[in-house]
Design a protein around this ligand. Sequence first.
Ligand code: KDG
Length: 359
Amino acid sequence: MSYLWKRTLLLTGATLLSTSIAYAQTPDLSDPPPIQGEVITENLGTHTIRVGLGLAETSPLYISTRYFGDILAERTEGRLTVNVFPNSQLGDDAQMMEMLQTGTLDMTIPSTSPATSYVQELAVFDLPFLLPTREAAIAVLESDVALGLLDKFEGTGIKAFAYHENGYRQLTNSVRPVESPDDVAGLDVSGLTIRTMENPVQLSIWQALGANPTPMAFGEVFSAMEQGVIDGQENPWSTILTSNFHEVQDYGSETRHVYTPFIIMMSERTWNRLDPAYQELVQQAAQEAAAYEIQLATEYDDWARGQLEARGMQITRLDDEQIAAFQAAVQPVYDQWAPRIGEDLIAEIQQIVESTMAE
Ligand code: KDG
């Protein structure tokens, strides 16, 4: 039974269970495009590709990765199959990328933020408010500038194929509503303790906002919030919903402070074991899965915010003036990090953003 049928049965069952409380598990998601392209009928070997992910089975990341597997299986008559392991069960992003280098894992799809330890220029995507609209973000991800950063994994033992969307990051916390940087810093009370991804630019953002930033692997975030070790975190609404953060977070703020991409990547040891025809297929399937994932992430975004509010999260929407206050507060992050990320790289991406916004 293909994943699509399994997903339909899973979601139907989940929806039936949840209709009594009017909660759905996912929005009414578009089905993936029909699988097209030449079927490789020659027996070029059989491989089971193990993929480790940090997010849950209901996430766009997981659903699109299963589609990636459906493409490989259908176009190789089942000789290439994919097993997907969600929920950080094989390790956190940093550990899974190390496992690609040693060949103990075949694929993973982390955010760009933890991948800056391999390609430091990827930190450009950690710069706050760099990509103001999804259209501009996608234009950047499809640009030669961004694709050139994927080539910089050469020599690390990791092969990077494509970007897709983690999404616009939003702040949640369990202490108080946040409308301004002052609410983060807590002028007459202590600053919020906010978990960040393990990335120095992310740390700088929340230091600039007066928080107490705590770098932490994604898989540890829920229990840290549940135990009160941290006050809050920041992730896209779909991640917050599918990871059930609303169970331990009362307040959300639509800051949209960073747009984070995901990177589809494979162990070079796995890649080198594949016949060239399979290698070409894997690259095609990664591109098709990436396009589908971006569509799913887009369909999820506002819907997930509504589901979080239906589940009791008090979400503060920020107006242009309030967003401008956050932008001003984090401007020093550009001054601090532009020299190390690359002024020219930042300028090239800002140019793509400006030309997209002008269209
Ligand atoms: O698999 C991806 C996740 O592990 C992680 O990258 C999600 O944005 C994320 C975070 O906050 O760590």
